[in-house]
Design a protein around this ligand. Structure first.
Ligand code: ACO
Ligand code: AKG
Ligand code: ZN
Length: 441
């Protein structure tokens, strides 16, 4: 929807936005000593996981434009496709490393020295290494056992570390891996000084409780930071990311609009919505949220998708209120029905009043906007007329405005039956009663 106001949506000013409540029921539990909800970091993977989205093709110029936009938004890390994927992937990785961005640049490789040797020559600030540890992947992907995997991990980590750059080790398909295998390998890589370990819900099957348990257990075994990567196959990617932070993970992998393999991973915008509800100050201090819409539009256009109508924050109706009960309360105090403040994202809230669920409070505001003056009783009467027509067909703002204006004209020009001794020239009868009847019918 390009112009909400043309369709019966009224823009609501910011003046009545309330101050945040003193205690935030959606914030981190102060007693939860493990929580990193108020100090999380983002590993932005639009240019790695996002390139695995079925529609994605990023030219070098587009990658650079996206990398700069992500950097401007304030992400902590930008993860790029493996330089061994193709010649162009390597060249693009080198080009992005030379941009001098504030965000640290990472590349993502298999747990193999051939990949590591190429990665460290690209100029990246760090390398994300991954290898499947579940029996599915050990049997059908790379065919290696845990001893082989552990030795390969140690060799790659020591090699990357010797180049003075960051190194992260991650187990692919962590939630279908044996917990003892997992903890053993994480313990080993932690001991040799890996910067981060990663947990990956590669098939998107984990639920928040499983995430909490695994992250919390891992936290008791390693000293390094914990990063988490959640696919969204079963719709838990944002909830899992939040839960991981609650359990002590520090970094979350995201991509713009969540693009990635299959239906993708935790979306940057959705996670921002979740995190600002928990700790507004921290999120506002780190990320330029008013750039989110442009960033999403940039990526949506690059991969030729639309922004979903129900996208957190930027979906076209994310800040549109419709039912009369909601509209009345929103007009009095937007916090009644909003957990997010649209102005934090450079956006506007709307009241949609051109329909049969509207109420007189919403219509009164429209009357005021039109600079007309009606009593409350009159507004209630005109609201009834609007609802009557809305029962018959879909309305737009012009329908509502003309009902209001006609009603207003009627009440401003009372019809007085001419009586012999009345001084008719003192009355303002600009229209014949018949004409008015036809217009408001
Ligand atoms: C869950 C994830 O998203 S992980 C990241 C996925 N990213 C990518 O795949 C990046 C893009 N990939 C590519 O360009 C290619 O797959 C390449 C260049 C990495 C490898 O290409 P190819 O050598 O032609 O192999 P192919 O893709 O067919 O198979 C994967 C190979 O990697 C091996 N492998 C798979 N995962 C890993 C791993 N984590 N660590 C080490 N080796 C691995 C497999 O055993 C297989 O080796 P094989 O050729 O001896 O059978
Ligand atoms: O490297 C990682 O941690 C995640 C890799 C990946 O994309 C996945 O497992 O889905
Ligand atoms: Zn993934």
């Amino acid at each position: 929807m390009s112009n909400p106001e043309a369709q019966g949506f009224k823009k609501i000013s910011e003046e009545t936005q309330s101050k945040p409540a003193q205690t935030n029921p959606y914030g981190p539990n102060p007693a939860d000593f493990l929580s990193n909800v108020s100090k999380f970091q983002l590993i932005e993977s639009t240019l790695r996981e996002g390139e695995q989205f079925s529609n994605a093709f990023f030219s070098t110029e587009k990658k650079i434009e996206i990398a700069k936009a992500l950097d401007d938004f304030g992400v902590d890390y930008i993860e790029l496709t493996s330089p061994v994927a193709s010649e162009q992937s390597r060249a693009d990785c080198e080009a992005i490393c030379k941009l001098g961005l504030k965000a640290k640049i990472l590349t993502h490789i298999r747990c193999h020295m051939d990949d590591a040797r190429v990665a460290v020559e690209t100029g990246v600030d760090g390398v994300d290494v991954v290898i499947g540890t579940s029996s599915f992947l050990r049997e059908y992907s790379h065919g290696k056992d845990m001893t082989y995997i552990t030795n390969a991990a140690v060799e790659v980590i020591e090699f990357v570390k010797s180049h003075g750059i960051e190194i992260r080790f991650s187990s692919e398909d962590s939630f279908r891996s044996d917990i003892v295998d997992l903890l053993n390998i994480y313990k080993t890589v932690d001991k040799i000084g890996v910067n981060r370990v990663g947990i990956a819900d590669t098939v998107g099957g984990a639920n928040p409780r499983q995430v909490y348990d695994l992250v919390r257990t891992l936290k008791s075994v390693v000293h390094c930071d914990i990063e988490c990567h959640f696919h969204n196959d079963t719709g838990c990617a944002i909830a899992n990311a939040y839960t991981a932070l609650e359990a002590g993970a520090k970094l979350i992998d995201v991509s713009v609009l969540g693009i990635g393999e299959r239906n993708g991973i935790t979306p940057l915008g959705g996670l921002m919505a979740r995190m600002i509800a928990a700790d507004r100050e921290y999120v506002l201090s780190k990320y330029k949220l008013h750039k989110l819409r442009d960033l999403e539009n940039l990526v949506a256009e690059a991969v030729q998708v639309n922004i979903p109508f129900n996208n957190p924050i930027t979906g076209f109706c994310a800040f549109t209120h419709k039912a009369g009960i909601h509209s009345k309360a929103i007009l009095a105090n937007p916090s009644t029905y909003e957990i997010l403040n649209p102005s934090d994202f450079g956006l506007t809230r709307y009241i949609h009043f051109a329909h049969r669920l509207t109420g007189w409070n919403a219509i009164k505001t429209r009357v005021d906007q039109l600079n007309l003056h009606l009593s409350d009783t009159q507004v209630k009467e005109v609201t009834a007329k609007i609802k009557k027509l809305a029962d018959i067909r879909q309305l737009n703002i012009d329908d509502v405005d003309s009902i209001i204006k006609d009603y207003h004209a009627d009440v401003q020009t009372p019809v007085v039956a001419p009586v012999a001794d009345t001084k008719v020239d003192s009355l303002d009868i600009s229209e014949e009663p018949e004409t008015k009847k036809q217009k408001t019918a």
